[in-house]
Design a protein. Sequence first.
Length: 272
Amino acid sequence: MAESLFDAQGRRIPYSGMRVHNQVSRQYFRLLQPAVDYAAIYARIVKHLCLSDPPVSADQFAEVCTGILDGVRADAALAGLLCGVHVPFLCPQVSPESGWSEDLRPFLEAVNSAYVERFPEFDFINLCPGKPDSRAVLAEGSRYEQFESARQVGPVAGFYFPNCLAEYDVASQRRQMDTLPLHAGSATIVLSGVVDAASALIGSPDLLWNDHKYPHHLCLSALEQPGDNIVYTFEAYGHNLRFRHRSIYLTPEVTQLSEQWAGGLTMFVSLP
């Protein structure tokens, strides 16, 4: 039997060469598992992304998502992922001509409307409007080009595992992809980026809500901005939600290694 790559909390087990804050997490920063109510998640995404002609029905969305989980469950090396937080998402097709900022804008607007609808006394703010800009590129080894290519052909659905790379520095989040399989069943595995995480937050706006523990800063590490040395994040400020970017450097020579930072994995399939 293959050895599990994930621990009892769904966190990737660090291996030699990984730079992590703790080899075994003390769970000081934590996300809570939102309810996986496929019909409700589907309805929020369709509503807030203004999908007047949804690519699939609610039942089809649920069937695709449960199929992804079955594929993960059947893989002994990956099954531990399901011990951690995981939320489904749906993304419509995108034009190949769309720039990063143009592509992301409707998703961030939908994150805002979904979050305020769920928590009307709080807010969402995009602290870096106009970014990612044209300089943004896909991080080497992230595999995110497969997600982007699939979206240019048609809609995709999948699962976002937001903190399975908790306490890894950004370089290690990217480098550990070399040791993961490309597929789990019919789903493709990539390092998480901005659009998939945003769609997941639209469907599950309480993803970063935790009244008892500080939640992670969700690093969207599949995207990088050459020359700026930043990572894009979704973060909670109290009970308010923010999209921002942070420097990956603690000092000019040393990169950040934060117990609060968490990278994620995304599994997706193309929809018929």
